[in-house]
Design a protein around this ligand. Structure first.
Ligand SMILES: O=C(O)CCC(=O)C(=O)O
Ligand SMILES: [Fe+2]
Length: 273
């Protein structure tokens, strides 16, 4: 058995003292909340120690043959079919290519750095305080809680909204040689029925004036309002994979995913193993 100290997740506690200094954590939470409110994302650079980030990336590579390749044209609502009645000048009918590979949670071992971080209560509490929810719970789906998304040469994601959760949290494991930038247009909609269509069209047609390029160094944690702000990963080039971990928390215990959604996202329902 390892000691409790050894099983702490590999956070850089000298910069982010989640293991003790509650006043420092409260100050950090305040800064992050203000960033998230103001620009729809907040960044915690160097959150994970460099050696551990490299190990996380290295551990994901042998899992790639089991990763589900996504390769489709989709609109920003992640739909593959448009609505002809709305005409060509509507976001429903603007399509972009998305291609990447998705490593599901059940391929990562329980003792991996990523899962230890995900299940560590002080980390969950910090995230809950930043996003302003009462308490967060792990997602209990076999496939969804922690994923690693890998983009190779030519891969990208399409401009999109994250549909289900009020926030999205990612941890950069490895940057591409070139491209693979995380781009975000803050507040393109207040909610599903309340969209700023002219602003969305501006972004979907290549306008850059209101698009932020979010810094993503390896080890940097980012929390963003992906449900309200169009975002994408720009095309990757070069041999080095862009590897990004994504964490999903829930506002209630015991939540699992929809098997049909899993079939689309992971190529399987999760009941196979
Ligand atoms: O890889 C990224 O930087 C963002 C990925 C993304 O769009 C998401 O997780 O919703
Ligand atoms: Fe997203």
């Amino acid at each position: 058995m390892s000691s409790p100290e050894l099983s702490l997740p590999p956070i850089d506690f000298s910069r982010y003292p989640l293991d003790g200094d509650s006043a420092a954590v409260a100050a950090l939470v305040g800064t992050c909340r203000a960033q998230l409110d103001g620009r729809q994302y907040c960044s915690l650079p160097g959150f994970i120690r460099g050696d551990a980030v490299e190990e996380m990336a290295r551990q994901a590579v042998p899992l790639l043959p089991q990763a589900n390749p996504a390769n489709s044209r989709r609109n920003c609502y992640l739909q593959r079919a448009g609505d002809p009645s709305l005409g060509n000048e509507h976001p429903r009918n603007i399509f972009n290519q998305a291609s990447y590979r998705m490593i599901a949670a059940d391929l990562l071992t329980e003792g991996s750095h990523l899962k230890r971080l995900y299940h560590w209560p002080p980390f969950q509490q910090m995230v809950a305080a930043i996003v302003g929810t009462g308490r967060l719970f792990p997602n209990e789906d076999p496939l969804q809680p922690v994923n690693v998304i890998c983009y190779g040469d030519g891969d990208q994601s399409a401009w999109h909204y994250d549909s289900t959760n009020a926030f999205t949290m990612t941890l950069m494991l490895q940057a591409a040689e070139e491209g693979g930038l995380f781009e975000l247009a803050p507040n393109t909609r207040a909610g599903e029925g309340d969209e700023d269509i002219p602003y969305m069209l501006e972004v979907l047609k290549g306008g850059r004036d209101r698009v932020a390029t979010v810094s993503r160094e390896p080890g940097e944690l980012t929390i963003f309002r992906g449900c309200n702000s169009l975002h994408r990963v720009s095309p990757v080039s070069g041999d080095r994979l862009r590897m990004m971990a994504v964490f999903v928390y829930e506002e209630a215990p015991g939540i699992t995913g929809d098997p049909e959604v899993n079939q689309t996202v992971y190529g399987r329902t999760g009941a196979e193993r």
